[in-house]
Design a protein. Sequence first.
Length: 152
Amino acid sequence: MNNYFTLRKANRLRVKLLTEKSQEQIREVVCYLRRISWDICGVELICSDLIDIAVQANKDGNELFSVISDAETFVQEVKPSLKRLSWFDFFTVAIPIYLFLGWGIEGVFLYPLVLSVIPDYKIEISFGFLVQFCICTVSAYYLFRHMMEHVG
């Protein structure tokens, strides 16, 4: 897990060594890769490779991508190597988080408001709410751990 954060910090520091145009090109590619994949570790590794290429290109007096088609070609080559959200991930991560945000977070904000307006209101935590909260917590842990394992 620390490898991901170390890599992210190193990437942020190394990007500052590049020209403005190379920084903008890397930013655009990384933003696109983050939109098409949930694999944040893989995106950081690709960003690190892009920074290495950009540093070498800037030493030679060039930019990272001389034309837009170079960036599009690069993204199309890299896209299959990134992890995509599978049905298993969808059912164990996306749906429980949606349910938690829909009922769990809403309860955190709604109950104090209701108690301030209606002082005799009793808060009842149901068994279903507790099960839902446990599923959301385990799913969030699974997703975070799975993403961090990609770096090492």
